[in-house]
Design a protein around this ligand. Structure first.
Ligand code: XMP
Length: 190
């Protein structure tokens, strides 16, 4: 895996520090929240961020998961969101915090928020670990953000390329030839 990495963008130590800070902000916001919180997270990229974040939130909560795929296989551009798993937690009149790995084009988040709004939550906020400023519409700006990054396709800390590299502990960019090989194969197969 190490041999495939071009450069580390955000180290595991920086991530750990930022997750602690986000947890403090979120705790401050929801401490007085009657009836507790429902965290809705989006599979699969957010799994590691979710696991680290929720263990630092000393708040009553339920966790719900939705499955959405936007970058299937060897894609580094959004193919449009497809719902793979529905939410199984009732969020009517509950305070909901959506936790996601990365806000890129915003298509996935828009899709998930539209679905959740139909279920009548008391409030709906968003926390993302990474965002790419300028790539998503301004009305999607999240309430809590870990890091701004440039418009590069990143892997690690839950984020994948063709379902690989999720277990890489830092957030990193792959060597260009790995993406290029996949792009070439896709063009040949198109
Ligand atoms: P959109 O473009 O809909 O993207 O905002 C949201 C989801 O797509 C995945 N995604 C990425 N995955 N590196 C990845 O490994 C990236 O740079 C990247 N950009 C988007 C991710 O699952 C995110 O929730």
């Amino acid at each position: 895996m190490e041999a495939d990495i071009d450069r580390v963008l955000i180290s595991r130590q920086q991530i750990a520090q930022r997750v602690r800070e986000l947890a403090e902000q979120i705790t401050g916001r929801y401490r007085q929240c009657p009836g507790g919180l429902v965290i809705v997270s989006i599979l699969s990229g957010a799994i590691i961020f979710l696991a680290d974040l929720i263990r630092q939130l000393p708040l009553p909560m339920k966790i719900g998961l939705v499955g959405v795929s936007s970058y299937p296989g060897c894609n580094t551009t959004s193919q449009g969101p497809e719902l793979l798993r529905q939410l199984r937690v009732d969020i009517r009149n509950r305070h909901v915090l959506v936790v996601d790995d990365i806000l890129d084009s915003g298509r996935t988040l828009r899709y998930v928020l539209d679905e959740l709004r139909q279920a009548g939550p008391a409030s709906l906020s968003v926390c993302v670990l990474l965002q790419k400023p300028g790539k998503f519409p301004p009305d999607l700006a999240p309430d809590f953000v870990g890091f701004d990054i440039d418009d590069v396709f990143v892997v690690g800390y839950g984020l994948d390329y063709d379902d690989q590299y999720r277990n890489y502990p830092d957030i990193a960019v792959l060597k260009r030839e790995l993406y290029a090989a996949a792009d070439k194969a896709k063009t040949a197969g198109a």
